[in-house]
Design a binder for this molecule. Structure first.
Ligand SMILES: Cc1cc2nc3c(=O)[nH]c(=O)nc-3n(C[C@H](O)[C@H](O)[C@H](O)COP(=O)(O)OP(=O)(O)OC[C@H]3O[C@@H](n4cnc5c(N)ncnc54)[C@H](O)[C@@H]3O)c2cc1C
Length: 453
């Protein structure tokens, strides 16, 4: 770090590490300020499934997949029923293909395109991942690479508590506070707020998204809305504060993610009446509030050996199975017994969904099936969850935080959960990857913009 302070302060070592690495590789002196000593095993990036959308990447082209910003923006438009931020969707689409290639070529991650499962809402396969398909491996690699970079310093644990603007309204310094309460002022012309959203602030969650407030919060305990509060105090605009990623398949027994690959490969979800209650393939996020509204706010994901085997590439799925959360039964009646669900309903749903999967009847919720479920059956009891919030500071096409008149606050950038995302309102607009795409994409973009002056 130079005597007159870093060129860029990155607050938050989740997706923010992408910004730190990109900026350092461009020759900038970077200071990463991170609130938690245990960030590699606690923040959202460390918990994720590592599905990173990259639009128009060479990994797609190698498989003959044509993708474009127009196609991604249209997917966002459809999933959010016209309410998603189109400027940001195009911005993220345009940067994301280049970014996943950079993650492979310059950061050294073993990136590949995921094609064995098609995430709901994406009209082409565009989620890139790493062999482990888990955030632990992803963040370990990012943190190790950043810590060994000569142009990146870390201040951990230390919390960004304020940002100062000069007389012209541009960023000139940050205030960081250590756990003892001691504060330090650090001069810098630029700061990236990568502090995630406000999922851990129960009052804010209850205010903005009451339908999911009683569900399990399965996200970082340090997502306290710091970026939103600091930015708002500086005059920034905020948007989509009711938006969030929910999930309908957190295993009740182990508090691990069962995962939606089960559903996409053909599993069904039953509530405690033994009945299906919505189109499972619409998306996992909306199943958070759907399940929260069912009797007892719990349900069962039912699948078979074929689905079980197809889900093996997912660390989360394997951990759920290893925890003992999965139960097996030889037929529908035995499944009802082992789950405690009403036998008539379970038998009827398995029969009906198998008929629909074979094309003999129309599915009553309009879903399609990869294949019919065959006995023996497996089931995992699931509960609804909130993973992270998707509303926050409004950013422009350069990841700059803007005010209510869309004027950038010079030197102030935001990414990930600290920024407003592209998921529109509520839970239903969330497309797979809408978490990491702005977390990594906006951090990458901010660093590029700062480096280019
Ligand atoms: C189980 C699970 C699976 C998921 N899978 C996917 C997926 O496959 N694809 C996808 O796109 N999204 C996924 N998501 C969502 C995704 O993980 C998040 O959207 C994304 O990681 C957010 O990144 P971030 O940088 O904003 O926040 P984080 O990764 O949480 O990083 C923020 C960091 O900021 C620190 N911090 C907070 N306040 C301060 C402060 N004041 N000063 C300094 N530091 C501070 C925190 O300690 C934390 O380390 C998943 C989420 C969960 C829970």
């Amino acid at each position: 770090m130079s005597a007159d302070g870093p060129d860029l302060v990155v607050a938050g070592a989740g997706g923010g590490l992408i910004g730190a690495l990109r900026a350092a590789q461009s020759g900038l002196d970077v200071l990463v300020v991170e609130a938690s000593e245990h960030f590699t095993r606690g923040n959202n990036t460390s918990m994720c499934t590592a599905m990173i959308p990259g639009v128009g990447s060479r990994f797609q082209k190698e498989l003959g997949i044509e993708d474009s910003a127009d196609l991604f923006a249209a997917d966002v438009e459809r999933k959010t029923k016209g309410t998603g931020d189109q400027r940001l969707a195009r911005t993220l689409a345009e940067v994301s293909g280049e970014m996943v290639e950079w993650m492979a070529d310059e950061v050294g991650l073993e990136i590949s395109l995921m094609t064995d499962m098609h995430y709901p809402g994406h009209s082409v396969d565009r989620c890139h991942t790493i062999p482990e398909r888990h955030g632990n491996a992803l963040i370990d690699h990012l943190a190790r690479t950043a810590r060994s970079h000569p142009k990146i310093d870390f201040l951990v644990p230390a919390r960004l508590t304020d940002v100062e603007l000069d007389a012209d309204g541009a960023v000139c310094a940050v205030i960081v506070t250590d756990p003892s309460g001691a504060s330090e002022r650090i001069e810098t012309p630029a700061v990236l707020l990568a502090t995630n959203g406000f999922g851990a602030d129960h009052e804010m969650v209850a205010e903005h998204m009451p339908e999911i407030a009683s569900a399990t919060y399965h996200g970082s305990e340090t997502s306290r809305g710091d970026g939103l509060r600091i930015g708002t105090r500086l005059g920034a605009a905020s948007a989509y504060l009711d938006a969030y990623q929910g999930h309908g398949a957190l295993a009740a027994k182990s508090a691990t993610l069962l995962g939606w690959a089960t559903i996409m490969h053909g599993a069904i979800m039953l509530d405690t009446t033994g009945r299906r209650f919505a189109k499972e393939t619409s998306g996992y996020s909306e199943f958070g509030p759907y399940l929260a509204a069912r009797p007892g706010a719990t349900g069962w994901v039912v699948f078979d050996r074929r689905v079980h085997d197809l889900c093996q590439p997912f660390t989360d799925f394997r951990q759920t199975v290893e925890s003992g959360a999965e139960v097996w039964a030889d037929d529908a009646a035995a499944l009802a017994e082992v789950t405690g669900l009403p036998v008539d309903a379970v038998v009827a749903e398995l029969e009906e969904s198998a008929l629909a999967a074979r094309g003999h009847v129309e599915d009553r919720f309009g879903r399609e099936y990869e294949a019919p479920l065959e006995p023996p059956y497996a089931a995992v009891r699931v509960v609804p969850a909130l993973f992270h919030t998707q509303g926050g500071l409004v950013v422009d096409e350069k990841a700059r935080v803007v005010d209510a008149d869309d004027r950038p606050i010079p030197g102030l950038y935001a990414s990930g959960g600290a920024a407003a995302g592209v998921s529109g309102h509520g839970a239903g607009g969330y497309l797979a990857g809408n978490g990491l795409m702005p977390a990594f994409g906006l951090a990458y973009l901010a660093a590029t913009v700062v480096a280019n002056g």
